[in-house]
Ligand binder design. Structure first.
Ligand code: NAD
Ligand code: UDP
Ligand code: UDP
Length: 314
């Protein structure tokens, strides 16, 4: 818990993760400014916060300069699902890179602490398993995922250069696959796709043979990790992995969801997208030691909450 009230900026605050983060920061008694251009986020995600006296919403694109006075900044603005970030790849890179420059310039001017929502995608299709923070990654710089992966890698570079060159207080969190209520129903991510398909009785679309793995973290655990990271001692710049180390194949995930929804959907197989990582699992030793953080919500419990949310969309 913080002992005083801070002015906190959350870019991408109307998105899935951002809306949960805004909610938690308000509950802790802070003033929250949510900045979003509604590219993938919605007002619906933050409708319940709009009348909160400590909440402010600004429609703004982070690729343009932003002049506000803040204590802490969480930089989450960026489309996060392959369908969305590949829709306009140039804009995706601009959001990560120009967005980072503007947010770092802002942090420099007002001497704010700034946290970057980085991603496990900086590891690409990893050759080290599970992934530790010292692994440099295996990213195809020319492929269809590169706008996101390389954009996020460049943003990390900018964060560390502003830290070295301008003594900025930075925090870099590498977020692994996170799921929960308020995921965009049409963004094509595996958890939302499978749940909606199961609820609607449509076939479950497994890409490839479903043997690729992911490790899924429930949103409440992730928000807790991000806040702990922000409030950690200044020496801890990261990068720090945040994610749930419980690893599942995509086929196992499909079967688990079918069971929980008690659905009659069949499983069909579709072509594996280009550069789809074959395995992914965070090593969270560092987060454990430095932030005393570990996820608490098991997959089944988190899926049940997410299924409840998606019933309204089915
Ligand atoms: P999301 O798409 O729901 O949220 C992103 C938000 O950023 C949206 O509200 C969107 O409108 C906003 N945005 C996009 N471009 C913008 C711009 N130029 N200016 C202002 N706002 C802009 O995605 P999310 O899952 O909530 O992801 C949030 C952050 O966490 C992203 O930076 C993402 O890369 C990172 N992340 C998420 C995951 C995950 O599994 N959810 C994993 C790794 C990293
Ligand atoms: N910037 C911003 N808000 C601020 C301060 C700076 O958006 O409060 C932007 C500014 O437009 C600039 C970028 O951040 O393009 C980087 O700022 P910095 O001071 O590092 O670089 P410079 O202004 O010297 O190019
Ligand atoms: N996936 C799938 N069916 C779908 C959507 C995704 O099999 O309908 C697979 C996808 O190929 C990938 C994994 O699920 O191997 C996770 O995909 P997602 O887009 O959720 O996240 P990311 O690939 O960015 O980790």
């Amino acid at each position: 818990m913080n002992h005083y009230r801070k002015r906190i900026l959350v870019t991408g605050g109307a998105g899935f993760l951002g809306s949960h983060l805004c909610e938690r920061l308000l509950a802790e008694g802070h003033d929250v400014l949510c900045v979003d251009n509604f590219y993938t986020g919605t007002k619906e995600n933050i409708r319940h916060l709009i009348n909160h006296p400590c909440f402010e919403l600004m429609r703004h694109d982070v690729t343009f300069p932003l002049y506000v006075e803040m204590d802490d900044i969480y930089n989450l603005a960026c489309p996060a699902s392959p369908i969305h970030y590949q829709f306009d790849p140039v804009q995706t890179t601009k959001t990560s890179v120009h967005g980072a420059i503007n947010i770092l310039g802002l942090a420099k001017r007002v001497k704010a602490k700034v946290l970057q929502a980085s991603t496990s995608e900086v590891y690409g299709d990893p050759k080290v398993h599970p992934q530790t923070e010292d692994y440099w990654g295996h990213v195809n710089p020319l492929g269809v995922r590169a706008c996101y992966d390389e954009g996020k890698r460049c943003a990390e570079t900018l964060f560390f250069d502003y830290h070295r060159q301008h003594q900025l207080k930075i925090k870099v969190a590498r977020i692994f696959n996170t799921y929960g209520p308020r995921m965009h129903p049409n963004d094509g991510r595996v958890v939302s796709n499978f749940i909606l398909q199961a609820l609607r009785g449509n076939p479950i679309t497994v890409f490839g043979d479903g043997s690729q793995t992911r490790s899924f973290c429930y949103v409440d655990d992730m928000v807790d990790g991000l806040i702990r990271m922000m409030n950690s001692p200044d020496e801890l710049t990261g990068p720090v992995n945040l994610g749930n180390p419980a690893e599942f194949t995509i086929l196992e995930l499909a079967q688990r969801i079918l069971q929980l929804v008690d659905s009659k959907s069949t499983i069909i197989y579709r072509q594996l997208p280009q550069d789809d990582p074959t395995q992914r699992q965070p090593d969270i030793t560092l987060a454990n030691e430095k932030l005393q953080w570990a996820p608490k919500v098991a997959l089944e419990e988190g899926l049940l909450k997410t299924i409840e949310y998606f019933k309204a969309f089915s």
